[in-house]
Ligand binder design. Structure first.
Ligand SMILES: [Zn+2]
Ligand SMILES: [Zn+2]
Length: 192
């Protein structure tokens, strides 16, 4: 094991202890000189399942576009916990059976399949990055809004368990009738 990997594992262990530990680990990472810091960040991004350059995509609302060392550590921890959970039924963009309507959903291909194309519901398994599977909630994500962003339709999901609100892009094979119904009920009139 290289020294950077050892260092990264030490930081993750510290971060997993407590909130204070997470802060201490983030501070230690902030203080790490280059190129060690960049190498440690790259190792953490690999653990968190984040592609370089993808850090800011569809981030949490109101948060900045740069991935701080603290958040990076949190993501890596979430991903590790998820990977260690036995029998975890969902993986990045794999087929699944919808928890709400029972539809057999095929992988999304180019886009991570993060909701059911038949009923538009999802499951709260992702953290800030689509497909990262970093959340531990598991609640049903209910479609609560629809808006148009340029050429794309964007669904609002609200978790029935923890209340998190998240926006996800509609998929080309999402059921048009379900999208129309959501558009009408949300009052945003994204589709006529
Ligand atoms: Zn469904
Ligand atoms: Zn939730």
């Amino acid at each position: 094991m290289s020294s950077v990997q050892e260092r990264t594992q030490e930081l993750l262990k510290l971060a997993a202890e407590s909130r204070a530990g997470l802060k201490r680990a983030a501070d230690a990472l902030d203080r790490l000189p280059e190129p060690e810091q960049a190498e440690a960040r790259a190792a953490l991004m690999a653990l968190a399942g984040v592609q370089p350059g993808e850090e800011a995509e569809e981030g949490e609302e109101g948060e900045g576009t740069t991935l701080t060392n603290k958040r990076l550590l949190r993501w890596a921890l979430g991903r590790e916990a998820e990977a260690q959970r036995p029998g975890n039924p969902t993986h990045r963009d794999e087929s699944f059976v919808c928890a709400r309507c029972g539809a057999q959903v095929a992988p999304g291909g180019a886009r991570v399949r993060d909701h059911c194309p038949a009923c538009l519901h999802g499951q709260h398994v992702d953290g800030p990055v689509p497909g990262d599977r970093a959340a531990r909630c598991g609640g049903l994500l209910k479609p609560t809004g629809l808006e148009r962003r340029g050429e794309e339709l964007v669904l609002t999901h609200t978790c029935a368990l923890c209340g998190v609100v998240r926006r996800v892009r509609a998929h080309p094979d999402d059921d048009p009738a379900a999208l129309r119904a959501l558009s009408a009920s949300s009052g945003w009139r994204a589709i006529r």
